[in-house]
Design a protein. Structure first.
Length: 500
């Protein structure tokens, strides 16, 4: 015991704080150069095998000098990002972040709050940001909400509240509390995270009814009504209708007003997955089409997409604050509120979601909104939509390109089509074309399948994009397509590309 009392004590702070200051200055300099010149680099760079091997080394047993660690980061990590902050990156739906957002994450890391409990500034910022999110969408002021990692968790959270509200005692009894098997309804274009949500809440993916879409990739309302009636006749228990405010494939917006009316007539929950599209409500031209957002029981959206904030931060809002709280709150003695001291702060955020440990993600939202103001975000979202329509027009002007879906928001789907290939050959051609676009830096779109057709898909949620970047991508698409047509004949397209 005496040895324990005399043993030297240690910690993880630096022996010399000046080293941290020196390294910090270097990191900021490198960060500014990196962001200032981001468009001068390729949109994506293949990671060399030698670098990949570095990430197979065993667990370090002893420490390394901080300057050496940083140099290793600069050599093996910094040069090989996913590319989403580049002005020519249009893959999936990914945001770009800002310098102030990066600073906010640094400051949040320094504070290292657990933003769930205690009388601390982070909880007040968190509550203010959720209130601002309600204001952004003109959502009821007495509603509720919570910041989460992104759209997937936001949608899961919404379905948990929907199940627990519509089905009495399901918080304790689960899906077994229902009079029959639960069913929910969405279009076939809905994001796959809703299928995961159906699994998480115990309903099962089979009971998530995926309703066909029309030629504009919007949910078929008549088919929805028929399916609900059919399910009720068979003893199923419909509890939720899910509308899309911007589908991931094409950006289509479901007829949300009609879906809201159906949900009200059936006395079931109406949820909107607005991962990126809900924020188009800030643009005057889309306010009417997205008006139903204000009446939805819940709405999920991401701030790291079309609010251009650093990963990760999303939000889910609820019209009925009591229902939101009831779904997650549990009385435990170690989280009870006190009159003074640490535990005298706002109600624990864990009463509104799954997490008891959560970082200070609200800070980057707070600092970004303070820096730019809502009007600037309206301008940026409108600019991205205009750029999408511009890209659609460029595609139409090119005889070798084919627009594969109407441009309705910020997503453009197209393909290279020389006119002498069947569907299978065109699919193989365009898949190869896309991979070469990435490898050559011609552009950074992604892909999807529409009606069996492989299409090149560009989703513009990038504040660094300019029209010239879209010009360059279209020119690159045509150039690479023509090269491929010269390299291979149709027979090789059919077999060679598909069997690689």
């Amino acid at each position: 015991m005496n040895d324990l009392n005399t043993r030297p004590e240690t910690g993880l702070d630096p022996a010399d704080w000046n080293d941290i200051k020196t390294l910090g200055y270097q990191i900021i300099d490198d960060m500014v150069d990196y962001l200032k010149n981001v468009g001068d680099r390729p949109v994506w760079t293949l990671i060399p095998q030698k670098v990949k091997e570095e990430f197979k080394k065993p667990l370090p047993q002893t420490g390394t000098d901080i300057f050496t660690v940083y140099e290793e980061f600069k050599q093996n990590i910094f040069p090989y990002p996913g590319g989403n902050i580049h002005p020519k990156h249009f893959a999936w739906v990914q945001g770009t972040g800002t310098p102030m957002g990066a600073f906010a994450d640094l400051l949040a890391g320094v504070m290292n709050n657990n933003t769930t409990i205690a009388d601390q500034s982070a909880l007040y910022v968190d509550r203010q940001v959720v209130a601002w999110c309600r204001e952004l969408l003109n959502y009821p002021i007495d509603g509720s909400g919570i910041l989460v990692s992104g759209g997937s968790i936001a949608n899961i959270t919404a379905l948990i509240v929907a199940r627990n509200t519509v089905i009495e005692n399901s918080k304790n009894g689960g899906v077994y509390a229902a009079a029959g098997k639960l069913t929910a309804y969405c279009s076939s274009e809905t994001h796959n995270c809703l299928g995961k949500a159906a699994e998480v809440i115990g309903m099962g993916n089979e009971q998530l009814r995926k309703i066909p879409v029309n030629d504009h990739f919007e949910i078929d309302v008549d088919a929805l009504k028929s399916k609900i009636a059919e399910d009720k006749a068979r003893g199923f228990v419909p509890f939720c209708v899910i509308g899309n405010a911007g589908t991931v494939n094409t950006g289509a917006i479901d007829p949300l007003d009609e879906l809201l009316q159906i949900a009200r007539a059936e006395n079931i929950w109406f949820h909107i997955d607005g991962a990126f599209g809900a924020l188009a409500k800030l643009v005057p031209a889309y306010q009417h089409k997205l008006k139903a957002v204000e009446g939805a029981d819940s709405v999920a959206f991401d701030l790291h997409k079309w609010m251009y904030m650093q990963y990760e931060v999303g939000c889910v809002l609820f019209k009925n604050a009591a229902a939101h709280r009831a779904a997650f709150s549990t009385a435990v003695n170690y989280l009870s509120a006190h009159e003074r001291g640490f535990a005298a702060g706002p109600e624990t955020v864990s009463n509104y979601g799954m997490e008891l440990s959560r970082g200070f993600k609200a800070l980057k939202v707070w600092m970004s909104l303070k820096e730019h103001g809502v009007e600037k975000y309206k301008e940026m979202i409108s600019q991205n939509i205009d750029q999408a329509f511009y890209l659609g027009a460029l595609v139409r002007q090119q005889p070798l390109l084919e627009l594969m879906a109407d441009v309705t928001l910020n997503v453009v789907c197209y393909r290279f089509n020389p006119g002498n290939l069947d569907q299978e050959e065109l699919n193989a051609l365009n898949k190869e074309l896309l991979m070469r676009m990435h490898e050559t830096g011609a552009g950074g779109p992604s892909y999807t399948i529409l009606n069996g057709n492989y299409v090149i898909r560009a989703a513009i949620t990038n504040h660094r994009t300019r029209r010239r970047h879209l010009d360059e991508m279209v020119e690159g698409t045509v150039k690479i397509g023509e090269i491929l047509m010269h390299e291979f004949d149709a027979k090789l397209f059919k077999f060679d590309f598909l069997t690689r």
